[in-house]
Design a protein around this ligand. Structure first.
Ligand SMILES: Cc1ncc(COP(=O)(O)O)c(C=O)c1O
Length: 481
């Protein structure tokens, strides 16, 4: 399976191929009409993108760039949001499927979070070690996830950095094994890909600016492959951790439960800490995240997105033997105990921000009261939605398939379809997203999230928007099978 938008991340790679595509006059007419309507409807987003491009370095202005669709290539700039809805700078209303990259499990601005932030604001904004709410929020995370100890970070990337550091500190080893296709944020130490050099697999920088020295410490293995377990065994003495994104965000349909369980057994037997990146899965698939879902207990887990209730917050949680590297471990007053475990360095200026902690407390208390029913219902609704879409695509003989893990879904293409060899067909697939935005459904690329705030009517609207988009594209000469 591949995703619809271009996987190429550089402008030159995409434009070279695109220059060769020629549309029929009928297709060109459709495209011109769509561009005119789309850019008229979202004109302020376009104007602002151009106005600030000289000063605002924004990768939304290049990643996924397509020369042929260039006139519609700008982010829809949003101004306000509520529930399942978002309004852009031209005051167009959308049903939103972006979910802030998966942050807003309960929709935008739920009253209980708004109240918590407003109340906290009255007490002023504090950050740093004195944050009174931190202990209570740590306790709630521990209760919901079953992890023993918890510490805070501002964003997911920072949590990944810290999780790897404490694993290295605790094991006194350097190498990390992770899996190709996983994403763990923008830390150099995880932006490494596998390449075969002189017949040997080797970790190399995934992006310019990441050094080979950093990549040397990373083994990039194939996810779900028994051979990866053998490689882990052979690096037993060198591995500080195995890092896993339990369900990889670009192929949500691949949920290798047996492999995950074998990986847990193996790493336990070898004494290698297993780190679960629960950034997308935590609090989404189940209150206890992917660990409960797959029936495994990781040594360390990282959380972000949902946990902050919409505010920037992330957490590293895990067994005391690892988490004690943060603070030296447990001690009491009135006796001779002391923080004896050698610590590594952690903590940033914003990692215990009072507004984030207030939002997190409100969210976690809400999740606790709702219990797993919240996730079960939302996951079920998402599954029904993608099944409905897939049935439609099948009837229409379109090589599109949606997959989901909980309320997170993505749109993939069936790789063996000959239609995908046809460049104008691929353009037609990309145009579905533009048509949908034009019709009031915000999903600029091929992954999306349903939230608790999405109603059955919202879902009907989305389904109808897809159908209308496909029909109009077909009338315009695209997507014909
Ligand atoms: C699985 C996973 N890990 C880590 C991160 C990094 O989190 P952040 O963007 O908050 O730095 C992300 C972000 O999308 C993610 O999806």
């Amino acid at each position: 399976m591949q995703q619809i938008e271009s996987q190429n991340h550089t402008i030159s790679q995409t434009t070279h191929a695109q220059r060769k595509i020629e549309f029929s006059p009928h297709q060109q007419k459709h495209l011109d009409s769509l561009i005119a309507r789309y850019t008229e409807r979202t004109k302020t987003s376009k104007q602002l993108a151009q106005k600030y491009r000289p000063v605002f370095a924004n990768n939304r202005g290049s990643v996924g760039f397509n020369l042929l669709l260039k006139e519609m290539f700008y982010p829809i700039l949003t101004q306000r949001s509520l529930g399942s809805r978002m309004w852009d700078v031209d005051d167009n209303e959308y049903i939103d499927l972006t979910g802030g990259y998966g942050i807003h499990l309960c929709g935008y601005n739920p009253p209980f979070i708004k109240k918590a932030i407003s109340e906290q604001l009255e007490y002023g904004i504090q950050s740093g070690p004195q944050a009174a709410l931190a202990g209570e929020v740590a306790e709630l995370i521990s209760e919901l996830t079953g992890m023993e100890r918890v510490t805070f970070c501002s964003v997911g990337t920072e949590a990944m950095m810290l999780a790897l550091r404490i694993a290295r500190a605790a094991t006194n080893r350097n190498k990390i094994a992770l899996f190709s296709g996983s994403y763990h944020g923008i830390f150099d130490g995880t932006l490494v890909k596998a390449e075969t050099i002189d017949g040997n697999p080797k970790g190399v920088p995934e992006y310019p600016g990441v050094t080979q020295n950093v990549a040397e410490d990373v083994l990039v293995l194939e996810y779900g492959s028994p051979q990866s377990l053998e490689i882990i065994k052979s690096y037993e003495q060198e591995l500080a951790a195995v890092l896993v994104e339990p369900v990889q965000q670009h192929r949500l349909g691949f949920q290798p439960k047996a492999f995950i369980q074998q990986l847990r057994e193996l790493t336990k037997a070898l004494g290698i800490p297993l780190i679960f990146d629960e950034m997308n899965t935590g609090f989404r698939i189940h209150p206890g995240g992917a660990q409960v879902w797959f029936g495994v207990e990781a040594d360390i887990a990282t959380y972000g997105k949902i946990v902050g209730g919409g505010m920037p917050l992330a957490a590293v949680a895990g067994k005391a033997v690892y988490m004690d590297r943060i603070d030296g471990g447990m001690w009491n007053y009135g006796d001779m105990s002391s923080p004896d475990v050698p610590i590594t360095w952690s903590g940033t200026s914003y990692c215990r921000h009072s507004l984030s902690l207030a939002a997190a407390r409100a969210l976690l208390q809400y999740l606790k009261v709702q219990g797993a029913t919240l996730q079960e219902q939302l996951n079920q609704r998402t599954l029904q939605f993608i099944e409905r879409m897939n049935a439609y695509f099948e009837v229409e003989e379109l090589p599109i398939k949606l997959s989901n893990f909980g309320s997170f879904f993505n749109v993939n293409l069936s790789e063996n379809s000959l239609l995908l060899k046809e460049p104008t067909f691929l353009i037609g697939l990309q145009l579905i997203f533009k048509h949908m935005i034009y019709r009031g459904v915000l999903m600029p690329k091929s992954d999306g999230f349903l939230s608790q705030a999405h109603t059955e009517q919202d879902i009907d609207f989305i389904v109808q928007a897809v159908k209308d988009s496909v029909n109009e594209l077909r009338v315009g000469g695209f997507l014909n099978t």
